[in-house]
Design a protein around this ligand. Structure first.
Ligand code: NAD
Length: 508
């Protein structure tokens, strides 16, 4: 299967969409070459707004995964020794190219994932920023030199690339989840095998070609899209040449990968599920809180690990907040992401839509009321209406599970202490959102809640310059910020004898 011959089987897609799809590489990227799968296998990618197949890609086998690691391993030593400036400039060129190709990336994400074009454009800006941020970080990975507390001997600390990495990404942010891993790995001098989600691999295919266009040498980034995730991760995690796995996805799969990674004591970075509380105190600006709630809930149709999953509202303002929030949610336009007025696209597949509706049904059966939405849309795509549930009992399943859909359960609390207790009553600890006009209260609550990220009167907090990540079962490690590159380096300490006497620990 040569580059650029995507087949658009049984689809009504025509015009610029068809031309874009036909330009996306369909093979596996191994050692700088686009290849067929070793067994000739393929899999289809679907448009979730219609359910139609829009592309057919090579499906990597275990043998292909090992070939990709062969290439990464062979490239590792020379790549580690490239000048930081050279790696930085490749990343900077990649930022420019992704920005130049923003419309292609945005349309491709909308076609394979369903998000509205305006949101897809926002993801291109967010995703590209990891390339620019880490191009700047590449030349600032500082070590240190100091004298031991006892006196004369010296301590030298330097960072080295951890080695070949396996990067596994989810379907919800097809570009940003890839750049958030690939950019710091390049900055640190690691080679890698990227396995995108089978539901949305096209963006990674285009991104990989863009990285080659930016001058990335063969073997540094290898891409093995596949219909069998475990068929890729299994042999690679067992291979002693692999030194790290970085995963973004669900907590159950993350746990499985941590267990498998233990066999070779691999470094792991895990960005897993969330159950974000969105806490509105009675002294909050309620209009701003509703605006923030819309952003924190509806970005990506609620299919985000940072999505507000539980709305905890102080009793005295619960009714007013819920009414305003439901009015804003009910006014949103749902449709295919390519339509100019669409604000809410489809969910990723039929199972996702059915799982969301099952949670809504159970909550209503337990006593909740659907103030808006709550009834599935009858259409060939996987649409679900924006829904606000009031009077949700505190023990409802919908407050415990990641909803991953456009549904906002609202529950109430009496005191600040109650809000903190309810927020912490989850095994997850990724994002959280606090709304209040009292800065001391915001700080007080932030100190007591167990979350890796907290928004103060802000519904969107992801940023390439900030350390993204969770505590508890939401994961290990941080992506972005100055912390992001550290996930891809090891620390080497060199102990140096007293340079004046050359004798260890002696006074001169
Ligand atoms: P998922 O766990 O089903 O899949 C994620 C990736 O893992 C995909 O590439 C998939 O093919 C792969 N995978 C699945 N089973 C595997 C296995 N046995 N071995 C190896 N790889 C396997 O998750 P998803 O449905 O794609 O994504 C949604 C989840 O991701 C949600 O839980 C969400 O919260 C989480 N997420 C977390 C973050 C974060 O930064 N914390 C960001 C985005 C999404």
């Amino acid at each position: 299967m040569a580059e650029g011959n995507t087949t658009t089987t049984e689809t009504v897609i025509t015009g610029p969409e068809a031309r874009l799809l036909a330009s996306v590489p369909t093979g596996l990227l191994i050692n700088g070459q686009w290849r067929d799968a070793s067994d000739g296998g393929t899999f289809d990618v679907h448009d979730p707004s219609t359910g139609e197949a829009i592309a057919t890609l090579a499906s990597a086998t275990s043998q292909d995964a090992v070939a990709a690691l062969d290439a990464a391993d062979a490239a590792q030593a020379s790549w580690a020794h490239t000048a930081p400036r050279e790696r930085a400039e490749i990343l900077r060129r990649a930022f420019d190219l992704v920005t130049d190709r923003a419309e292609d990336f945005a349309l491709l994400m909308t076609l394979e994932m369903g998000k509205p074009l305006a949101e897809a454009r926002g993801e291109v800006i967010y995703g590209a920023e990891f390339l620019r941020w880490f191009s700047e970080e590449t030349v600032r990975d500082y070590g240190r030199y100091l004298t031991t507390p006892e006196g004369k001997n010296k301590i030298l600390v330097q960072h080295k690339p951890v080695g070949p990495c396996l990067l596994i990404t989810p379907w919800n942010f097809p570009l940003a989840m890839a750049t958030r891993k690939v950019a710091p790995a390049i900055a640190a001098g690691c080679t890698m095998v990227l396995k995108p989600a089978k539901l949305t691999p096209l963006t990674s295919q285009l991104f990989a070609r863009t990285m080659l266009d930016a001058g990335l040498p063969p073997g540094v980034l290898n891409v093995v899209s596949s219909s069998s995730a475990a068929g890729i991760s299994g042999p690679l995690l067992a291979d002693p040449r692999l030194r790290k796995v970085s995963f973004t996805g669900s907590t159950p799969v993350g746990k499985r990968l941590i267990a498998d990674a233990a066999q070779n004591v691999l470094r792991t970075s895990m960005e897993l599920g969330g159950n974000a509380p969105f806490i509105v105190f009675e002294d909050a600006d309620l209009d701003k809180a509703v605006e923030g709630a819309m952003a924190a809930k509806m970005r990506n149709m609620g299919e985000a690990c940072t999505a507000a999953n539980r709305f905890l509202v102080q009793e005295s303002v619960a009714q007013e907040f819920t009414a305003k929030f439901a009015a804003a949610m009910g006014a949103l336009t749902t449709g295919r992401g390519t339509e100019p007025d669409t604000q809410v696209g489809p969910l990723i597949d039929a199972r996702a839509r059915d799982d969301v509706h099952a949670l809504v049904r159970a909550a209503v059966a337990a006593g909740a009321t659907a103030v808006t939405g709550g009834t599935p849309v009858d259409s060939p795509g996987y649409f679900y209406p924006p829904t606000v549930l009031a009077n949700v009992p505190n023990d409802a399943e919908i407050l415990r599970q990641e909803i991953f859909g456009p549904v906002a359960p609202v529950t109430t609390f009496a005191t600040e202490e109650d809000a903190i207790r309810l927020a912490n009553a989850s095994e997850y600890g990724l994002a959280s959102y606090l709304y209040s006009r009292d800065f001391n209260r915001l700080l007080r609550v932030a100190e007591q809640i167990e979350f890796g990220m907290v928004g103060f009167n802000a519904g969107v907090i992801s940023n390439a310059a900030a350390p993204f990540g969770g505590v508890k079962q939401s994961g290990l490690g941080r992506e972005g910020g100055t912390e992001g590159i550290a996930e891809y380096t090891t620390t080497q300490y060199i102990g140096i004898a007293d340079p004046y006497t050359g004798r260890e620990g002696q006074k001169s």
